[in-house]
Design a protein around this ligand. Structure first.
Ligand code: AP5
Ligand code: MG
Length: 213
């Protein structure tokens, strides 16, 4: 099963991808996470991506296409994958179809998560994650069950993303409107797109998505 989660920054792509990953036993391919680990590791890609991400802009298409093409080819994607954060431009969407076609694959569903802009900013402002395993939390909507301890791995250190400040969030939303929203008609045109109300609570959104299968 090959899935694509579409949506603006803070829509809940990562949150729902983690749940779908557990449900279907297929990996989450988050280009944002891949780039953040490249930045942390100081690789050439990370060095190029760092300033771009902090400015809320997009890393060049050719780098992202190469990254995802290599990732889809790994063994853990044999049963399928969940794309989160890719494609983000029309060029990336077209390149994805080509790379899937070449491998005899296709996207089973393109799930667009719809959330109001005010809610996006609130969600991003309250987001934090486990510094050890990356599990995602929120100051209001999803606190760890035991205060200060990760539900998944028990670690006690948490972190916030560098691009989650107000100025960068506004830039990320602008980039989304200008460069990513135009890919919605691309998927609508051939009937692959399903829209899901992302304004409900995390569990309700997850149930709505699972009802599609
Ligand atoms: P990326 O990491 O993909 O960031 P993003 O698209 O801005 O999306 P987010 O991760 O901020 O939001 P999300 O939808 O995953 O929300 P989440 O589930 O965390 O990309 C970062 C940067 O990398 C980009 O800006 C770009 O520079 C670069 N990049 C990445 N991919 C690229 C590409 N393909 N091409 C070029 N550049 C690329 O939820 C947010 C918060 O809300 C959480 O705290 C969560 O707990 C909470 N929450 C979630 N759902 C709900 C709900 N239903 N109700 C209440 N709270 C909720
Ligand atoms: Mg995310």
């Amino acid at each position: 099963m090959n899935l694509l989660l579409l949506g603006p920054p803070g829509a809940g792509k990562g949150t729902q991808a983690q749940r779908l990953m557990a449900r279907f036993d297929i990996p989450q391919l988050s280009t944002g996470e891949m780039l953040r680990s490249a930045v942390a590791d100081g690789t050439d890609l990370g060095k190029e991506a760092k300033a771009i991400m902090e400015a809320g802009k997009l890393v060049p298409d050719e780098l992202m296409i190469q990254l995802i093409s290599e990732r889809i080819g790994r063994g853990d994607c044999a049963k399928g994958f969940i794309l989160d954060g890719f494609p983000r431009t029309t060029l990336q969407a077209e390149a994805l179809d080509v790379m899937l076609n070449e491998r005899g694959l296709n996207l089973d569903k393109v799930i667009s998560i719809l959330v109001d802009e005010d809610a996006l900013i609130e969600r991003i402002a309250g987001r934090f994650s486990c510094a050890n395993c990356g599990a995602g939390y929120h100051d209001t909507f999803k606190l760890p069950k035991t205060k200060g301890k990760c539900d998944e791995c028990g670690a006690t250190k948490f972190e916030r993303r560098k691009d989650d400040n107000r100025e960068t969030v506004i830039a990320r939303l602008k980039t989304y409107h200008e460069q990513t929203l135009p890919i919605v008609p691309y998927y609508k045109a051939d009937g692959r797109l399903v829209e899901v109300d992302g304004m409900a609570g995390i569990d309700v959104v997850c149930d709505t998505i699972l009802d599609l299968f």
